[in-house]
Design a protein around this ligand. Structure first.
Ligand code: NGF
Length: 289
């Protein structure tokens, strides 16, 4: 379960339906071209929170059918509807997903006991491991070291996807829990997170840049910091342009330039405008050709 995991981008048609052919192409591109170690399915990047339960299930099925046993698969099943989380956890475990992940419950100001109960309730129902998805900037949920310790008391909670720029907490977690899986979630901070000894990374821009992400991770692990810094700088130039042009729209449009039918974003997200499409083509030329 270690290494580079792509947070899989979603593929939808103009009506907001799943573009199955496009989704299969995205899976193949990540496996065959980028050679990532695994896929993180129905995360933020997959526009998960815009999908109905049947649509989430369809994505899980298509990805598993296309990827088979070729790479590790993590199913993000977190939801404000706990019953839906449990249903998806059972569904993906039966499909053969290697691990579950669930975003910390958000919107309402849940206290820590409620958050802990949510994870334990999901895990009581399935025989699978869980990677906590911590992304405080989007959820407002900031957990401290002691709270992670309490979550990790459940042996089925085997790790965390740590999407926060808090390197003090990341170091404390690494030191305190050497046996747990720690994945970095911000691609632009992959190098400093790698230096602190993460087990892997899960990122949206790996849909475009998985090969270089691996090089950054492995160079840092080998102690070749000069090379890792150069690669992270090049990567961050690219990420800055992608973010300035609209993250998900740009990832999809760059993939289309490469012949991968990544479709459009699902409403209420806007699809790419003509000028975003044009800049995406420039990003492809500038950084990848
Ligand atoms: O897209 C976001 C939201 N974060 C992703 C990643 O943490 C999301 C990150 O790769 C993810 O893994 C998921 O799909 O659930 C950023 O897009 C990237 O570092 C650019 O900022 O913040």
């Amino acid at each position: 379960m270690k290494g580079i995991f792509t947070a899989l981008i979603g593929a939808f048609d103009e009506q907001g339906q799943i573009n199955e052919k496009g989704l299969r192409e995205i899976v193949r591109y990540n496996i065959d071209h980028s050679k990532v170690d695994g896929l993180y399915v129905n995360g933020s990047t997959g526009e998960n929170f815009l999908l109905s339960t049947p649509q989430k299930k369809k994505v899980f099925e298509i990805v598993k059918d296309e990827a088979g046993q070729e790479v590790k698969l993590i199913a993000q099943v977190g939801s404000l509807n706990l019953e839906e989380s449990i249903e998806l956890a059972k569904f993906t475990t039966e499909l053969g997903y290697d691990a579950l992940s669930a975003v910390t419950p958000f919107y309402y100001k849940f206290d820590f006991e409620e958050i802990k109960d949510y994870y334990n309730a999901i895990l009581e129902e399935v025989d699978n491991q869980m990677i906590v998805y911590s992304i405080p900037a989007l959820t407002g949920v900031n957990m401290n070291l002691e709270q992670f310790r309490e979550l990790f008391e459940n042996e089925k909670i085997t790790g965390v996807k740590f999407t926060a720029p808090d390197f003090f907490l990341l170091e404390r977690l690494r030191h305190a829990f050497p046996e747990k899986l720690i994945y970095s979630g911000f691609d632009e901070m992959l190098l400093p997170a790698s230096v602190l000894g993460i087990d892997g990374a899960i990122g949206s821009t790996f849909n475009l840049n998985g090969v270089k992400a691996r090089e950054i991770f492995e160079s840092a692990q080998k102690g070749d910091l000069e090379k890792a810094r150069k690669l992270q700088k090049e990567t961050n130039d690219m990420i800055s342009d992608v973010l300035s042009n609209g993250l998900y729209q740009t990832i999809k449009e760059v993939l289309k330039v490469r012949g991968v039918d990544a479709g459009v974003c699902r409403k209420p997200m806007k699809s790419a405008t003509e000028s975003q499409i044009k800049f995406a083509a420039e990003i492809q030329k500038k950084y990848f050709e």
